[in-house]
Design a protein around this ligand. Sequence first.
Ligand SMILES: Nc1nc2c(ncn2[C@@H]2O[C@H](COP(=O)(O)OP(=O)(O)OP(=O)(O)O)[C@@H](O)[C@H]2O)c(=O)[nH]1
Ligand SMILES: [Mg+2]
Length: 323
Amino acid sequence: MNLHEIKQNAEQTADVWDRLAGLLAAEPGLDNLRQRLTERARKLRDNRFTILVVGEFKRGKSTVLNAMLGQRVLPQKAAPCTAIVTLIRYGDTPSLKVIFEDGKIDTLTPEQFMQKYELKVDDTAWQCDRNDNNDELEKQILDRFGNIKEAVISYPLALCRDGVELVDSPCLGEHPARERRVLDFLTKADAIVMVLSATQLLNQRELRFITNTLEPLGKRHNLFFLINRWNQILEGLVDPNDPEEVRREFAEQGKLIDARLKPLCRVDGNDLSAKRIFRINALGALQQRLASTPNAAKLRETNVPAFEDAPVNFLSKERHRAR
Ligand SMILES: Nc1nc2c(ncn2[C@@H]2O[C@H](COP(=O)(O)OP(=O)(O)OP(=O)(O)O)[C@@H](O)[C@H]2O)c(=O)[nH]1
Ligand SMILES: [Mg+2]
């Protein structure tokens, strides 16, 4: 299929979705589906391609995106912090806005954004319901950000030219309302980047998220894995200067990756693991990009540049097929 045919095909598909959405307008119970069809049709016409970054608590989702931006724009810290879905799109002049459900817009600097819209300790406090005989700890349902649709960052990031948008998301499995925002966004994602931790590689919840949530939505076909905190493997060794201990530890990690992640990278009978799994050190990459005299070799070692090339290849060669 040539580019003209692909565009024509996209136009026709968008027309069909718009017509379907029109038919559903008379069915109030199907409002959600109607909105999704309209959104997909608009995305196809805009030639937008959305890469959603997901993962559990503190895997380094925001850090890896900050490393790609080469700037601290997204809130990142050791305590839970990303509260809202945040889109990064190409723009010649950097800007940042928060869009509310009622259409209101708050325009901010990155510092104001981090201050105003990151989670504070009170947002994440656990609460014990004393009337509950089970004596169980329950999560506080408090969600100060329920009236926000999303935040949008415009930034001159080469990767985002040509309609690509990168999306930071709140963590999975930590708070029902915040997790819901991620799940609601999933249907809009064309590709998923799941951030994992090298020191806790793929727990049962993460596996269930892939098999029970991504798979039924057809999203496993375009799934990338970032194994972050790769540097922490060395930090955990008794003697990081012992080459035998280093070799043994990395060999074990390799086996674990083969056992847990490789099977998830089989798509239509093909093993795509070499193109889909990246071991990275997001913090190291951000530190290098913020340094007054960045060290190119150290940046390469973090493997973040290799990951940045991967979406470029994926997008240029497989974007239309993926969609
Ligand atoms: N040592 C080390 N620390 C890292 C790495 N990546 C991120 N961190 C640190 O880990 C903490 C959590 O990073 P975040 O980017 O906030 O994690 P997140 O997944 O976005 O967290 P939530 O938004 O709360 O779900 C921060 O203090 C980061 O600086 C890494 O590769 N190595
Ligand atoms: Mg975050």
